[in-house]
Ligand binder design. Structure first.
Ligand code: NAD
Length: 425
């Protein structure tokens, strides 16, 4: 079995960054010590080590995590990541960010996340299915339509969600489509879910351009990460008149000042060849160089910690729209703020995925499915409302970043729910 190179591990600890972001806002909101303590812990951290039969007859043990950060606002919701870079601290950070993201979008969910330490490209389809089904059984005591509803994240997709749904259904003796979102449409998935995160990135980019007095038409764009989020965002931004000049994946990046051309065609060729630098005659660049290109808009859509204290000073984009979770460290945030770069934070910018996941869950619970146009219209309404609420909060508080404004709104909502519910017993 060929081992594909690991995605580069983030240089900083995402959990420490998530805590620092929270503490900054807790200070601004004047939260008391008890509430800070509640919100700076994850409610449950579950680690499993489980065996899987490989195709060659051997047995391998894999490690996975499922973490619940806070369920004050409703059942827990969060993606499942397959990557060699997965750590418990990464999953905890991603779970906390989910709590704030659901709150900022006004969804009735708390934040969760899961991950398995594995390179999915190094497994056969049958091995991936066995791993997914066994992991589902291992975390079976945590998940359920009313408890914790996983969804795709890096390294997982609709096919993985279908296996989770089927395994959970077999364990419970009835089909339970609402246990996961991001499923294929044939088994209860929602129209528009596959493109939802990238479509949300488009909507917030439109709003951010309007807010900053920038034209999206003709604006140059660089996209780091060309998976679900990055490729759909690139395609929709291109369709909206922007010029995508650079893109990258874990194999490296490509750059053409006059534009990368047809994004669908690029994606099709990437699928055949495996990684972007192998399919494009344009100038090859590294992922680090992509972040420092002289573009109008930068969309980091890969992993955490990519824009940090060491390179933020060299970022030349005017607008950063965070398709990925946690791509900018707190130190980089301070540098970007000084430089006047407008950063639309992850908990707002990539909320399109969980918004349409919420629609999928509602449709599954009602067994009543919507047309794609209706899904996209509702997504646009909710994410633009969230953007307006965050910018209003930003204007009310001088000297804050847009991230701090989004956090103030989100943390305030979670605090309110915690107070109203009270502490059991
Ligand atoms: P994906 O697996 O579909 O794609 C990830 C892409 O990032 C791939 O092109 C991969 O090659 C690239 N990549 C990995 N490591 C890299 C590195 N070190 N440098 C450059 N590129 C690298 O994953 P996705 O679902 O598109 O998720 C991307 C990001 O968006 C993650 O941070 C994820 O948490 C976040 N996100 C995803 C969703 C969703 O609905 N899928 C929703 C919200 C946020």
């Amino acid at each position: 079995m060929s081992q594909v190179p690991a995605a580069q591990a983030p240089a900083e600890n995402p959990w420490e960054n998530a805590l620092e972001q929270f503490q900054t806002v807790a200070e601004r909101l004047g939260l008391d010590a008890g509430m800070r303590d509640v919100l700076s812990h994850c409610e449950r951290e579950f680690t499993v080590n489980f065996p899987v039969h490989m195709d060659d007859g051997s047995i391998r043990v894999f490690t996975g995590h499922r973490v619940h950060h806070n369920e004050a606002r409703g059942p827990l919701k969060g993606g499942l990541r397959y990557s060699l870079g997965v750590t418990l601290d990464e999953v905890k950070a991603l779970a906390m960010w989910m709590t704030w993201k659901c709150a900022v979008a006004g969804l009735p969910y708390g934040g969760a996340k899961g991950g398995v330490v594995v390179d999915p490209r190094a497994l056969s389809e049958r091995e991936l299915e066995r791993l997914t089904r066994r992991f589902t059984a291992e975390i079976g005591i945590l998940i359920g339509p009313d408890e914790d509803i996983p969804a795709p994240d890096m390294g997982t997709d609709a096919r993985v969600m279908a296996w989770i749904m089927d395994t959970y259904s077999m364990m419970h003796g009835h089909t339970a489509p609402a246990v996961v979102t991001g499923k294929p449409v044939t088994v209860g998935g929602s129209s528009g879910r596959l493109e939802a995160t990238g479509r949300g990135v488009l909507f917030v980019t439109q709003e951010a351009c309007r807010e900053r007095g920038m034209a999206l038409e003709g604006a140059t764009v660089a996209v780091q990460g060309f998976g679900n989020v990055g490729s759909v965002a690139a395609k929709l931004l291109d369709d909206a008149g922007a010029k995508v000049v650079a893109a990258s994946d874990s194999g490296g990046g490509i750059y053409r000042g006059d534009g990368l051309g047809d994004i669908d065609e690029l994606l099709a060729r990437k699928r055949e060849a495996g990684c972007l630098p192998d399919v494009h005659p344009g100038d090859h660049i590294t992922n680090e160089e992509l972040l420092e290109l002289p573009v109008d808009i930068l969309v980091p859509a890969a992993i955490e910690g990519q824009i940090h204290g060491g390179n933020a000073g060299r970022v030349r984009a005017k607008l950063i729209v965070e398709g990925a979770n946690g791509p900018t460290t707190p130190e980089a945030d301070r540098i970007l703020q000084e430089k006047g770069v407008y950063v639309v934070p992850d908990i707002l910018a990539n909320a399109g995925g969980v918004i349409v996941s919420y629609f999928e869950w509602v449709q599954d619970l009602q067994s009543f499915f919507w047309e794609e146009a209706e899904v996209n219209q509702r997504l646009e309404r909710i994410i633009k409302r969230a953007f307006a609420e965050v910018t209003a909060e930003h204007q009310r508080h001088d000297g804050t970043t847009l991230r701090e404004a989004a956090y103030m709104l989100a943390v305030g909502r979670v605090v309110e729910a915690t107070r109203v519910r009270g502490i059991f017993p």
